[in-house]
Design a protein around this ligand. Structure first.
Ligand SMILES: [Zn+2]
Length: 316
């Protein structure tokens, strides 16, 4: 039966060698103690204590304690060296690399002093017209996938645009389908009416007709079937105008259409014109401040309010 090494009372060759080494270390420590600086004495003290510890009989102390301590101190020195290297590397990086390399956009803006979002004074203004925005909305709303759908969407968009363009006209307008009809299929806004104060400084009397504020170039149509009795181009007064004489309910009724666009009158004196037939384009010839139709109506030779007469006689 082999006794355990720690229980052996007889020193082994290995024990003897260890004792010799520790004794030698102690003697070296004694020789160098007096010439060491005070800072080095702490380390010497550790060395001495280690040497003293080695004098304790081996069977009364843990084996290889000194060896493990040396290993631990070696690891500590290595860790310290690595730590120093890391610290130096961090220092070099911190002073040589721009902070923006590691920073987030906001941090970058804060450190550079150049804001990512410019101030109101620096930004350029870009205005989109309401019409353009409306067009985009319309296009997106349809989501056409075929040519037919695209055409339908385009037609719907065009109708919507036309409706918006006609917003200045009445939406409850019926031009009529009978023998007497309104001169416009879509009712324009009304201007000065019959009997209103004179609209020009040279006018000697009150307004003799009804003004319909249609756009320049808007087609106008014959109110009733009749014969063209006058067609004249003037640069003053009624401007380019025509008169169509009809018989309505047994009464002779003449209609004067004034301020028509130059060259747009599509009929000639003596022509028979059907109700609803195109006769001219709305213009601004003569004494006007804006394009419009000045309509006068004579009933058996007497001027009457054309608007109220139309309201009473247009059917359908
Ligand atoms: Zn007028």
């Amino acid at each position: 039966m082999r006794p355990a090494a720690s229980d052996s009372s007889a020193p082994t060759r290995r024990d003897l060698r260890a004792r010799q080494q520790t004794a030698e270390a102690a003697r070296r420590a004694e020789r160098t103690r007096d010439v060491r600086t005070r800072d080095a004495r702490t380390r010497d003290a550790r060395t001495r204590s280690a040497a003293v510890a080695t004098r304790v009989p081996l069977n009364q102390r843990p084996r290889q304690r000194g060896g493990l301590g040396v290993v631990h101190r070696g690891i500590a020195r290595q860790v310290l060296s690595v730590g120093v290297l890391v610290a130096v590397f961090a220092l070099v990086v911190s002073v040589s690399v721009p902070a923006s390399v590691f920073g987030t956009p906001s941090a970058n803006a804060a450190t550079s002093g150049a804001p990512l979002v410019g101030s109101a004074a620096d930004t350029q203004s870009f205005q989109v017209s309401a019409e353009a925005a409306a067009d985009d909305t319309t296009r997106d709303a349809y989501g056409a996938t075929s040519r037919a759908q695209f055409a339908a969407a385009a037609a719907a968009a065009a109708a919507k645009k036309a409706q918006a363009s006609a917003s200045r006209y009445s939406s409850t307008w019926n031009p009529g389908i009978g023998p007497v009809r309104w001169p416009y299929p879509v009712m324009p806004k009304l201007g000065p009416g019959f009997g209103a104060p004179a609209t020009c400084s040279t006018c000697m009397s009150v307004h003799q007709g009804q003004d319909y504020l249609a756009h320049e170039g808007t087609p106008m149509y014959s109110i009733a079937t009749g014969v063209v009795t006058k067609k004249q181009q003037d640069s003053y007064g009624w401007g380019n105008h025509l008169v169509i004489t009809s018989t309505v309910n047994g009464q002779t009724v003449s209609f004067l259409y004034a301020h028509t666009q130059t060259g747009s009158i599509a009929v000639n004196v003596g022509d028979t014109v059907q109700v609803g037939q195109f006769i001219a384009l709305t213009g601004s010839t003569g004494s006007v401040t804006a394009p419009h139709l000045h309509l006068e109506l004579q009933l058996n030779g007497t001027k009457v309010n054309p608007h109220t007469w139309l309201q009473a006689n247009v059917t359908g």
